[in-house]
Design a protein around this ligand. Structure first.
Ligand code: URA
Length: 433
């Protein structure tokens, strides 16, 4: 077997064997196969695709390239959720305490933001004192005792994916569905949960721009999870505009807390019901998805979800009073109102562009090494179908006047206004169970 033969095989559109995939991934991870050969193979995969078996094999080889977390010492069905990445997506911050408040264990490894999309770990770190690293022992003990722990991905979680993803990023080979599905699922499978609910984002702020490709990706990931013996389902949801009204790390923590208080934005709240009800159903805590939704409603209304969030913040070293006093969070020095002309109603908001405006403010990462400003962000004042309130479409929170000016220009470009009211966009497109 040689790397060139394997590249040629895929170039001709042939199926790679399990041995081929194993040889390539382990050789690349060990540094024995150079970047230029893997780049050629990745491009051949983009043109000639991989079937379900090849995609599954790739996933498992990447999952096994590092630590496979053993959560067997945690009692109950361990549930996880994953979002394929979006703008303003603070769902984990709301869902993790909701599920834990229903007595279902949440043992979650989350990522940091990259590019125009945010990450749960950065958001949590905007709560002063909050720790996102802990020993395996503390992680397991916290979940057994409090039903909840959220930590950053360890360096040795699917290292093959880390290496391949970095190469895909610079060779124009990120957007192949098998490569995305195997990359996401390798980390989910290595993270050890029994049940996984996937939120596959679709629209201008997501990797998948149309419903057909998002649905294909969802099917692929559900298939991989089931082959790996996990319970998996997926929801395909709208990311044509940001989720909620607040984008930026500490702003998103505020909005997540509002949602746990039952006072959050409609789209975020509905998404938490959609995903939360499925998590509870897969974990055997609810007899049906409808009953799962009732449980989500109950723990929000009786305050147990908010109390669980406060407990979670405290056990991970943060200040639990953050739920009562948002000024505990990092606050930006300047605020600027964005005023637009051109129509009374919002027709469209380019989610990716709003994500880029947050990046300009310093609230996101251009590279993995970038340091981010947790205080900055954007608060949308109106979303699609809503009126603009005298042209006031957003407020920019910034630490510098110069960055704020550029962010304001970007927010203006992201909005399209109209004199006619548009219908409220659909949030949930489809489910793959
Ligand atoms: N997220 C991942 O982890 N991998 C991808 O390939 C795309 C999104």
């Amino acid at each position: 077997m040689s790397t060139v033969d394997i590249i040629l095989k895929k170039k001709r559109g042939e199926e790679l064997s399990s041995e081929d995939i194993n040889y390539i991934v382990s050789g690349y991870t060990k540094g024995e196969i150079p970047d230029y050969q893997i780049s050629a193979l990745l491009m051949a995969v983009c043109f000639n695709k991989m079937n379900e078996r090849e995609t599954y094999d790739l996933t498992m080889v990447m999952a096994r390239s590092g630590d496979m977390l053993d959560l067997s010492r945690i009692n109950g069905v361990k549930t996880d959720k994953h979002s394929s990445g979006g703008v303003g997506d603070k769902t984990t911050l709301v869902l993790a305490p909701i599920i834990a408040a229903c007595s279902v264990p949440v043992a979650k490894m989350s990522g940091r933001g990259l590019g125009h999309t945010g990450g749960t770990i950065d958001k949590l770190e905007s709560i002063p004192g909050f720790r996102t690293t802990m020993s395996d022992e503390d992680f397991i003990n916290n979940v057994n005792k409090h039903k909840i722990a959220v930590v950053g991905q360890t360096a040795n979680l699917a290292p093959a994916d880390k290496k391949l993803y970095a190469l895909r990023d610079v060779t124009g080979t990120v957007d192949n569905q098998s490569l995305i599905a195997s990359s996401i699922m390798s980390k989910k499978i290595a993270s050890g949960a029994d049940a996984i609910v996937l939120d596959v984002k679709c629209g201008s702020g997501a990797f998948m721009k149309d419903i057909e490709s998002a649905t294909n990706l969802a099917h692929m990931m559900v298939d991989i999870g089931k082959r790996a013996g996990r319970k998996v389902c997926a929801a395909i949801t709208n990311m044509d505009q940001p989720l909620g009204y607040k984008i930026g790390n500490s702003l998103e923590v505020e909005e997540a807390i509002d949602t746990l208080k039952g006072k959050g934005p409609k789209d975020l709240t509905v998404l938490c019901y959609v995903l939360g009800s499925r998590m509870l159903y897969l974990a055997n805590a609810a007899e049906s998805i409808e009953k799962g939704a009732d449980m989500v409603k109950e723990v929000i209304e009786n305050g147990k979800a908010l109390a669980k969030f406060e407990e979670f913040v405290e056990i991970q070293g943060g200040n639990r009073n953050v739920t009562k006093d948002y000024s505990i969070l990092p606050t930006a020095k300047y605020t600027y109102d964005v005023i637009a002309q051109g129509g009374k109603f919002v027709k469209k908001i380019d989610a990716e562009m709003i994500g880029k405006a947050v990046l300009i403010l310093g609230g996101g990462r251009l590279t993995k090494e970038s340091k981010i400003d947790l205080s900055v962000g954007i608060e949308l004042k109106c979303k699609v179908s809503e009126s603009t309130k005298d042209g006031h479409i957003a407020t920019v929170y910034s630490s510098s006047e110069e960055k704020a000016k550029k962010a304001v220009e970007t927010v203006l470009k992201a909005y399209t206004l109209s004199d006619e009211r548009q219908p409220v966009p659909k949030l949930l497109y489809a489910c793959v169970d």
